[in-house]
Design a protein around this ligand. Structure first.
Ligand code: NAD
Ligand code: IPM
Ligand code: MN
Length: 352
């Protein structure tokens, strides 16, 4: 088994250290671990946020654990040299089109949610976010209009094959859960969304046992905080999924808790090749202070164990250790508690 670790920028290396300690404690037989540079640190060391050797390392692995990228010092670089291009490049180059972002309540954390505890208690949603298309990857640029103004543009588009493949992922996920799928779009305004909705409806014919509904994204943002318990699986495009998943994290309690898996079609000897990352970013405001919550990173490791290494038992062990730490009141600053990054890592290790 080979896995690649890409810690990245800001809090990335701090939280990756804790995931690494958990990984080492599992003592997986025959595991080989590589480490590579991504993001601002890669730009500073190699002149590019996604160096060729990093990409090669990712391709050679069964799974990739990705910390976070983003560095305020790089915000004025040309776009193709910015740290964020590392994550976008890996997703595109590795064909990782399906992003699974689960958001589920943790016992004992109901009071930490931004919602009322009785509403927070109901959350158990899986956001299936399309990751290789949408306005993220359309033609973009800066141009001058006829009257000499600057104009920025980003083309939003989806091809039907792109919608169909993510639809299948979402319907299959719903089969393994509560059999409810809500597709989120903006079909009242966007052609991209009309096609999205049409293809989702066509695909539904293969899954008669799944209860399908549709919701406009503005309403979905509202419903997610009004009554999150109504959702089982949500399927949506790249941009809407990005925004709704950060919002869902605050329903659970903190962005420092949500993990994600980016999967494609490639199978390895042990499972599906994927890249695993917290949904949050490099948090420059708290970087280098030992304050970041490493739980989203550790839970991302659990998803890697499950999907790419076929180690369901180890994945559950890690998830239970995190849940137990939270239940025991081990709370980081993001949850209003005093625990630092290392202390949270220690607490998880002690419960493993
Ligand atoms: P962010 O997620 O980095 O931070 C938002 C807020 O949440 C900050 O106040 C931060 O301190 C807090 N936070 C995030 N993760 C935390 C954790 N584990 N523990 C405690 N607090 C945490 O989002 P941002 O500030 O909008 O972006 C910062 C940089 O990260 C930008 O360069 C952005 O492009 C990048 N980014 C990267 C990724 C990624 O690598 N996957 C994701 C999102 C943003
Ligand atoms: C995420 C991030 C990324 C995205 C950025 C850093 C490109 O916000 O993974 O949620 O928008 O997909
Ligand atoms: Mn995001």
């Amino acid at each position: 088994m080979k896995i690649a670790l890409f810690p990245g920028d800001g809090i990335g290396p701090e939280i990756m250290d804790e995931a690494r300690r958990v990984l080492d404690a599992l003592d997986l037989p025959g595991l080989v671990v590589f480490e590579g540079d991504v993001g601002g640190i890669a730009y500073k060391r190699h002149g590019h946020p996604l160096p060729e050797e990093t990409l090669t390392m990712a391709r050679a692995a069964d799974g990739v654990l990705f910390g976070a990228v983003g560095d305020p010092e790089c915000d004025n670089l040309e776009r193709h040299l910015r740290p964020e291009q590392a994550i976008l490049g890996l997703r595109a180059e590795l064909g990782l089109f399906a992003n699974l972002r689960p958001a589920t309540t943790f016992a004992g954390l109901e009071d930490m949610s931004a919602l009322k505890p009785e509403i927070a208690r109901e959350i158990d949603v899986l956001i299936v976010r399309e990751l290789n298309g949408d306005v993220y990857f359309g033609e973009k640029g800066m141009r001058e209009t006829a009257n000499g103004e600057r104009e920025g543009y980003d083309l939003m588009s989806y091809a039907e094959s792109e919608v169909r493949r993510i639809a299948h992922v979402a319907f299959r996920a719903a089969q393994g859960r509560k059999h409810r799928l809500c597709s989120v779009d903006k079909a009242n305004v966007l052609e991209t969304s009309q096609l999205w909705r049409d293809v989702i409806i066509e695909t539904a014919a293969d899954y008669p046992e799944i209860e399908l509904s549709h919701m406009y994204v503005d309403n979905a943002a509202m419903q997610l905080v009004k009554k999150p318990g109504q959702f089982d699986v949500i399927v949506t495009g790249n941009l809407f999924g990005d925004i709704l998943s950060d919002q869902a994290s605050m329903c659970v309690g903190s962005i420092g808790l949500l993990a994600s898996a980016a999967l494609g079609e490639r199978q390895t000897e042990f499972g599906t090749f994927g890249m695993y990352e917290p949904i949050h970013g490099s948090a420059p405001d708290i970087a280098g202070q030992g304050k970041a919550n490493p739980m989203a990173m550790i839970l991302s490791l659990a998803m890697l164990l499950r999907h790419s290494l076929g180690r369901e038992d180890d994945a559950v062990r890690v998830e239970n250790a995190v849940a137990k730490a939270l239940e025991d009141g081990v709370l980081g600053g993001d949850l209003g508690g005093p625990a630092g990054t290392r202390e949270i890592g220690d607490a998880v290790l002690a419960r493993l």
